[in-house]
Design a protein. Structure first.
Length: 596
């Protein structure tokens, strides 16, 4: 008898039924949950149970088919031809009753309560009994709980039980947070030499400089010097001695007692001295990447500078700075159009370029560059044209403040929501500001200086999104337009700029606790309309205008040393450029070599 075919299209192509509706899926989830609950209740009352698992003095009535569905181990046990189907009681050793209870509960409910009190026993038990569904949440618990104090132990634990993803995550955490791990972790002091050399030898070890690696090595040896000092030569081979500063090598590494007392370390010292002398004699010479001793580490964060003004015209050039190699690489992934006096922020490996000017047109347009896919695209335009705009990102939203629309200096502010691809106006600032600069700290957006059409400003204010209000703070000691503003180590720094008479090399910082500004050491070069960012725990100032010409000089400030240092110059003289830092790029190598 032929079955009746419904006319509402419920039957699709032959052999390929239509997928279940959302309602069907939800119903199946409800039924599955109800079935689990019924089976769990049957187990608790001992009804229909056909086996008992005994661990120590505790007995657990179970249904064989439930455990078999959850675990290939139990399936093999219960279906093995040598297994006596009439046997009710199975004794299992080498596992605690609590862990077995958790595994059985998981088999019935697919839920488990994880804590530090049970995770170290439960993961090995889940691994032993091949309960893969339980291994995954155990690994996820450890992944979310990882800290500098426990990351080495978690890596070793994951390695023991072949949790490859967790092991990889923990290993990457150690490399990324190595400075903190090596300085504070007791686990670091207890590392085996093979483990330590594996970490120190990695190109992806994230350290500000190689001196930090040497300090970590000494800390490790000092924990057990009589046994460990003989390892100094092996450990020195893991340090990139060819790119350590000559002064540090001469004053700290070479004369250290562990190095001096080790005969096999002498040839390493000689080779390092030769490399350092060659680099000191030839300033233009770069480190040889084929030589382990002088090969820079791979950076965990990259500094991108976008656009600007150069040679009388705007540019679309994108340059990438690698702090580990102290080098700039010109990217071939520039935008189609050029712009200057724009803003720049980064989110989720994307660089957002906001507003600006191309010499003719004042922009309300905004562009985004996906650093992973290397694709430029357009996002929604702002409501106002904004040249000399100040931008900041806070809690996943982009703020565009003030600027010049071709006629007026603005005090209006608008905010971009990436999810809706929309800009909307928020509370206006207390002052009209173009050529100011903004930064975020402590859940607030700070904006300093600028030009109101008549004078350069020394006023500063912050926006608190929780109250939707702008609040004035103490004015800066100097008027600053074309200023660089950045949050750094709990302070707001305002550097350089134009005071109405001259370009400045002075800087000051604001303490939110004391509510006062204080002076910092002067930069080497006076500059306005430069790029500014924090990378490698230092403030970098890039390019700008010195009052006479556009410059390509880069310098960096270290608050701990309270000192400025020269860094490698840009490839191109430019001002009115913008910069941002992109962290954790999966394709970082594609940006640090010029052949890409």
């Amino acid at each position: 008898m032929l079955s009746e075919v419904p006319l509402d299209g419920a039957v699709g192509c032959i052999g390929r039924p239509n997928p279940p509706s959302t309602q069907d899926v939800e119903m199946k989830k409800v039924l599955s949950a109800q079935a689990c609950q019924v089976l769990a209740e049957l187990r608790k009352t001992g009804e229909l149970c056909d086996a008992i698992i005994k661990v120590d003095d505790l007995s657990f009535p179970i249904h064989r088919n439930i455990l078999s569905a959850c675990s290939p181990y139990f399936r093999a046990l219960f279906t093995n031809s040598r297994f006596d189907q009439n046997t009710q009681e199975i004794s299992i050793t080498g596992v605690s009753p609590d862990s077995m209870a958790a595994i059985i509960d998981y088999a019935y409910t697919r839920h488990v309560k994880l804590s530090w009190s049970n995770i170290e026993e439960l993961l090995p038990a889940a691994d032993r009994f091949l309960v893969s569904g339980l291994v995954k949440p155990c690994c996820e618990f450890l992944r979310k709980s990882i800290t500098p104090e426990n990351c080495i132990g978690i890596r070793n634990f994951a390695q023991s039980y072949s949790c490859r993803e967790l092991e990889k995550h923990a290993n990457n955490f150690i490399l990324r947070k190595f400075q903190e791990v090596s300085a504070t972790s007791q686990e670091f002091l207890n590392m085996q030499i093979d483990q330590l050399t594996e970490i120190l030898d990695s190109d992806y070890l994230n350290v500000r400089n190689e001196e930090m690696v040497f300090d970590a090595v000494i800390r490790w040896i000092d924990h057990n010097p009589e046994t460990r000092k003989q390892e100094i030569a092996r450990l020195l081979n893991c340090i990139r001695l060819g790119i350590i500063t000559t002064r540090t090598f001469i004053e700290k590494v070479k004369p250290h007692k562990y190095v001096k007392e080790c005969e096999s370390a002498k040839s390493i010292v000689v080779e390092a001295l030769r490399l350092l002398c060659d680099l000191d004699w030839d300033d233009q010479r770069t480190a040889d990447p084929s030589n382990r001793m002088s090969r820079p580490r791979v950076p965990h964060e990259l500094l991108f500078v976008v656009g600007g003004w150069s040679g009388g015209t705007p540019t679309n050039l994108v340059e990438v700075y690698d702090t580990k190699a102290d080098s700039w690489v010109v990217s071939r992934h520039h935008d189609v159009g050029a712009r200057a006096y724009h803003g720049c922020v980064t989110m989720d490996h994307c660089i957002f370029v906001i507003g600006g000017f191309d010499g003719v047109e004042y922009f309300n347009s905004c562009r985004v560059f996906n650093v992973v896919t290397k694709v430029w695209s357009e996002i929604a335009p702002m409501n106002s044209k904004r040249c000399y705009v100040s931008v900041a990102e806070l809690d996943g939203l982009i703020y565009a403040m003030g600027g010049f629309d071709g006629q007026l200096r603005l005090n209006s502010v608008e905010r971009f929501n990436r999810k809706t691809n929309q800009w909307s106006f928020i509370t206006t600032m207390n002052h009209q500001r173009s050529d100011a600069r903004a930064t975020t700290m402590g859940g607030r957006i700070y904006i300093c200086g600028g030009f109101n059409g008549q004078e350069c400003l020394n006023t500063s204010e912050y926006y608190d999104p929780s109250t939707s209000q702008w609040t004035l703070i103490s004015p800066m000691r100097n008027r600053r337009s074309g200023v660089g503003v950045i949050a750094y180590n709990g302070m707001i720094y305002a550097l350089g700029g134009f005071n109405g008479i001259t370009r400045m090399n002075t800087g000051e910082r604001y303490c939110p606790t004391r509510k006062t500004w204080s002076t910092i050491p002067e930069m080497y070069s006076p500059r306005s309309n430069f790029a500014i960012e924090v990378i490698d725990d230092m403030i970098f100032v890039i390019g700008g205008f010195n009052g006479v010409t556009t410059i390509f000089n880069v310098e960096c400030y270290d608050s701990k040393a309270d000192e400025w240092y020269d860094a490698h110059d840009l490839s191109l003289y430019r001002s009115a450029l913008s910069a941002c830092v992109v962290r954790g790029l999966p394709n970082v190598l594609e940006y640090i070599h010029s052949d890409h």
